[in-house]
Write a protein that binds this ligand. Structure first.
Ligand code: SF4
Length: 235
């Protein structure tokens, strides 16, 4: 795979808790979540239509904004699949800017996260829980690497959040119940409302939609059973 930085947004208020941040999008993903709305960043034939952005340009863009942003979010797709490009980019961000670095990940590459942490290249990680461990094969993934990612994050010095997009077909009390043992050590659990209004990987699938009340019920269910604080997003 060649260079695969496929998108850049100069400023976001919602992607890095407590910070104004730029967002860098990596192309490619090893999962196929039916509810994924980053279709262009996931499907190889769509991905090839997007222009590659050289990392030098990302660094220039970040430096140009350094006076009014304080963070950069690396997201995708799944950035950890391109570990060399990712490491080089993060090293450059560290040496050329003073921005805090957040990584969004599906958790499938614990070794990559471990080595980035060893090099002190991450300040915050958001790890997605997409459904119960036993249903990960429906996303063409497996939960076991996430368990390793969690243990790597727990022994690190940086805060990490667990992010759950509440897609009714994949997240109900039953799935949350199965996830209960895995929340320890997170600084925050973000339960976010699923917005069923974009292009999707599986547009033909009925994924459902929770209203604010149902989402609050799920949040109270979680709050009773886990120690990290639960925050609702997009409600
Ligand atoms: S892991 Fe994320 S980017 Fe990959 S298919 Fe799932 S939702 Fe899309």
């Amino acid at each position: 795979m060649g260079p695969m930085i496929k998108g850049f947004r100069g400023m976001s208020l919602v992607d890095f808790p407590g910070r104004l941040a730029a967002v860098v999008f990596f192309g490619g993903c090893n999962f196929r979540c039916p509810f994924c709305y980053n279709v262009d960043l996931v499907l190889p034939q769509r991905l090839s239509q997007l222009e590659d952005i050289p990392s030098e340009r990302i660094i220039e863009e970040l430096k140009a904004r350094e006076n009014f942003i304080s963070g950069v979010v690396i997201t995708g797709g799944e950035p950890t699949l391109q570990k060399n490009l990712l490491r080089v980019l993060l090293e450059e961000i560290r040496s050329e800017t003073s921005l805090a670095i957040k990584l969004d990940t599906n958790g499938s590459q614990p070794g990559v996260i471990e080595s980035l942490l060893e090099e002190n290249l991450l300040d915050y990680v958001a790890l997605d829980f997409k459904t119960s461990p036993s249903r990960y094969p429906e996303l063409k993934g497996h939960f076991q690497p996430l368990e390793e990612t969690l243990s790597v994050l727990r022994t690190s010095q940086i805060p990490f959040e667990i992010r759950i997009t509440a897609v009714p077909y994949f997240i109900s009390q039953r799935e949350l119940e199965e996830l209960i043992p895995y929340f320890d050590g997170a600084c925050l659990v973000a339960l976010q409302r699923f917005m069923n209004e974009y292009d999707r990987l599986a547009p033909e699938m009925e994924l459902g939609l929770y209203g604010p009340e149902e989402l609050k019920e799920l949040a109270s269910f979680l709050k009773e059973k886990i120690s990290p604080p639960v925050e609702l997003r997009n409600v």
